[in-house]
Design a protein around this ligand. Structure first.
Ligand SMILES: [Zn+2]
Length: 59
């Protein structure tokens, strides 16, 4: 697998909504009704939280 470049990683950060805390991120997922499919992670680039899609079914 190709590793994401720094540019791609920055994009992944700037294109996403940022949340001040994990709770904020999960609240937003809850409101959108997608909490089962999202997980919050702490972004190393901006130090805030983003929501990430959970992979269903492993592999
Ligand atoms: Zn970020």
């Amino acid at each position: 697998m190709k590793k994401p470049t720094a540019e791609e990683r920055r994009h992944r950060c700037t294109r996403k909504r940022r949340y001040r805390s994990q709770g904020d991120a999960l609240d937003a997922a809850l409101l959108a009704g997608v909490e089962r499919h999202r997980t919050a992670y702490l972004c190393p680039l901006c130090g805030l939280w983003h929501l990430s899609g959970k992979q269903a079914g492993g592999s």
